[in-house]
Design a protein around this ligand. Structure first.
Ligand SMILES: Cc1cc2nc3c(=O)[nH]c(=O)nc-3n(C[C@H](O)[C@H](O)[C@H](O)COP(=O)(O)OP(=O)(O)OC[C@H]3O[C@@H](n4cnc5c(N)ncnc54)[C@H](O)[C@@H]3O)c2cc1C
Length: 385
């Protein structure tokens, strides 16, 4: 029997395979990667060799063409073991579809193959020191010089900034007043002369990390443009609806892992001569959160189901993106408290809490997501910002 209407038997089999890999290979290094702040490239290649990266990429590009729900179920299983490691799936899915849809085949195909194989990491650089929410006002300078673009300026708070091999970079080719209509997206190899990076000391998601990327007269051929000149923001940003549903699932999977462990823990831990599970003060908060996690997960799957059918899903994606990370944080917080002092020690619960918190900011805050939802409901005319 299907667990829910979105998860077919084939998808469940894929999820089971992903779970075996995640539990046997990814979970054991969860705590250590947080300490060392290093991604395991060999493990990434192993994940690629099993077909667990970018499963939705159409066959014409060398992918399996399994659809976005397939990406979602894999994403859940990897995140359940280690949210920071599953960031690699997220980056591959978000950037893979951008490259496939908007890139020049001769330029992007070799990179798509490397992403699929787990041999490359692609970052995405939108945020700048002056701010991230009002992204359409970005100012990184991109000037055309014959058949190359010259990039100058700084991107900041970029996930995997110092670990990525390539990066999708948004810069201004129009006038400073051109807003969303003067932005161009470029595929930039991170070993291009003139690029330097820094690494922040992050609260969570420490294996993937964040940092700044500095561009000093960095040149990329015009063939590296993604989409049309000055249309990068409008065209390429559409991919974010996909990643927002994935982020919801990613955080909820971590919450699910925390809940499962906590349900088990409270049947064993004793207080006042009984297991903790005998006290409604302990079980009712968990029961309420379990209900919400199930509901929020269905919303995320709905977003991916709509995308697979080419139907509008911006509102669902916005809902998944603000609710999933917020709910996951609250759930894990409760689970940590249910573990008493042990939950507060360095270990899985506190790391999960740190990891999911990042997604209340990264990829757009709750306020920005609610603005997107309001825009789809009331209309852009009434919700201009
Ligand atoms: C873990 C993590 C990973 C990230 N990864 C990347 C990445 O890979 N690539 C990338 O480009 N960026 C990345 N970012 C940056 C992220 O996208 C930005 O931090 C985010 O968009 C918010 O921008 P800001 O931090 O400049 O906040 P600001 O834009 O300065 O906003 C500050 C606060 O004001 C609120 N606010 C702003 N405008 C409004 C409004 N109109 N109405 C109501 N409230 C408003 C915001 O919600 C926020 O709470 C990442 C951030 C984090 C934390």
């Amino acid at each position: 029997m299907q667990a829910n209407p979105y998860i077919t038997e084939d998808l469940q089999a894929l999820a089971d395979a992903a779970r075996r890999f995640a539990q046997q290979r990814v979970a054991p290094g969860f705590l250590e990667r947080d300490r060392s702040r290093e991604l395991d490239r060999a493990l990434l290649r192993e994940m690629g060799s099993l077909g667990l990266i970018l499963p939705e990429l159409p066959e014409a590009f060398g992918g399996l063409g399994l659809g976005c729900l397939a990406a979602g179920v894999i994403h859940e299983e990897i995140a359940r073991a280690d949210l920071s490691f599953s960031y690699l799936n997220l980056l591959a899915s978000l950037n893979g579809q951008i490259l496939a849809r908007y890139g020049e085949p001769g330029v992007v195909q070799p990179w798509l193959e490397r992403l699929l194989a787990g041999e490359a990491i692609c970052a995405i650089a939108l945020t700048e020191p002056r701010g991230g929410s009002d992204a359409a006002r970005l100012g990184l300078r991109v000037e055309r010089d014959g058949d190359t673009y010259v990039i100058n300026g700084e991107k900041t708070s970029i996930s995997a900034a110092d670990q990525a091999d390539i990066c999708v970079v948004f810069g201004r080719t129009g006038t400073p007043e051109s807003g969303a209509h003067g932005v161009t997206a470029l595929l930039v190899p991170m070993d291009a002369p003139g690029i330097t990076t820094s690494r922040f000391d992050c609260h969570g998601q420490r294996a993937i990390g964040r940092g700044s990327i500095f561009f000093e007269n960095v040149r990329v051929p015009v063939s590296h443009r993604l989409g049309d000149e000055n249309r990068g923001f409008v065209q390429v940003m559409q991919g974010f609806d996909f990643s927002r549903s994935l982020i919801g699932l990613q955080c909820l999977a971590v919450a699910r892992a925390a809940l499962d462990e906590t349900w088990s823990y409270i049947t064993e831990r004793q207080a006042f001569g009984q297991p903790l599970a005998a006290f409604q003060g302990v079980t009712h908060p968990l029961a309420a959160y379990d209900t919400e996690v199930e509901g929020a997960r269905l919303l995320c799957l709905q977003g991916l189901w709509l995308k697979d059918r080419g139907l509008p899903h911006s509102a669902e994606a916005g809902m998944a993106k603000w609710w999933g990370p917020k709910l996951a944080y609250d759930v894990i917080h409760q689970c940590l408290l249910s573990h008493g002092h042990g939950g507060y020690d360095r270990g899985p619960m506190e790391q999960r809490l740190r990891d999911v918190l990042g997604f209340q900011i990264g990829d757009g805050t709750a306020q920005i997501m609610k603005t997107i939802i309001a825009r789809t409901r009331a209309g852009r005319r009434f919700v201009p910002v």
